[in-house]
Design a protein around this ligand. Structure first.
Ligand SMILES: [Fe+2]
Ligand SMILES: [Fe+2]
Length: 254
């Protein structure tokens, strides 16, 4: 019968992964909430407690558990090798196309939740906008940023109601944070308001299970409106390159 302490130690050992004789580190964000972020995370405790592990180096390159990315990755490569299921984005873009939206708005719809599928959930509109800003028209990045606030606010003039899905996800009494309200008010009076609003209009809260949309349908629009850096996303020197690098190597040590 093992003691509570032994069980805790065993659990901590399970939290550490070694690959190719290297210790895999995890950012605080991976474990914050599951564990108190002010404490050393479990992998760190296990590492500190085990002299054998402390002889090892940290993983500082590709994570061998992940598909290898091309040397000069394109946006399409990220969809193929790193992003989670993307039908929501594809179906939103398809709807925008069917609704006769401009190519810029269609691209905005295709990328509006890019942070959700590839990077971070909190403030996904803001992160997503930063990820793509160096590569798309300023208006597209702006629309992606502000769709996050706009989706909480109906606009009868264009037939946008508060989504039923949000009542289920957030509860009937949910009040958006003050910065969301502030940014909504700012966006409401901006000349690009309708571009961000179009994203919310074409944002599908319920997928159509009978439709499977392929990224192939949008390769032309991406080619015309997404400035693919010749060095590959993440290997260029744009202000967002480090975000793409983090997606390529999410477990890189420092
Ligand atoms: Fe969104
Ligand atoms: Fe969405």
């Amino acid at each position: 019968m093992s003691s509570t302490l032994e069980r805790a130690e065993a659990l901590e050992r399970e939290q550490i992964v070694t690959l190719e004789n290297k210790v895999v580190t995890r950012s605080i964000l991976y474990t914050s909430g599951d564990y108190d972020p002010r404490e050393p995370p479990p992998w760190r405790k296990a590492y500190m407690a085990n002299p054998e592990l402390r002889q090892m180096q940290f993983l500082a390159g590709d994570d061998p558990r992940l598909p290898k990315m091309p040397a000069k990755p394109t946006l399409l490569d990220f969809f193929t090798y790193r992003f989670g299921p993307s039908q929501h984005l594809l179906q939103s873009a398809r709807l925008a196309k069917l609704n006769g939206c401009s190519e810029k708005v269609i691209l905005g719809c295709l990328l509006h939740d890019i942070s959700v599928v590839g990077f971070l959930l909190p403030d996904h509109g803001y992160w997503g906008a930063q990820m793509v800003a160096p590569y798309v028209d300023e208006e597209v990045a702006w629309a992606i940023k502000y769709h996050q606030a706009l989706r909480f606010y109906p606009d009868e003039s264009v037939g946008y109601d508060y989504p039923d899905q949000y009542r289920r996800w957030f509860g009937d009494d949910y009040v958006p944070d003050p910065y969301i309200e502030r940014d909504y008010r700012y966006a409401r009076n901006h000349r690009w308001y309708m571009s961000a609003r179009q994203i919310t209009i074409n944002d599908l809260y319920a997928f159509d299970p009978d439709v499977t949309v392929s990224l192939d349908d949008f390769v032309d629009i991406i080619g015309r409106h997404f400035r693919q850096p010749p060095e590959g996303l993440g290997h260029d020197d744009s202000p967002a390159a480090h975000m793409w690098r983090t997606i390529i190597r999410p477990t890189k040590f420092l």
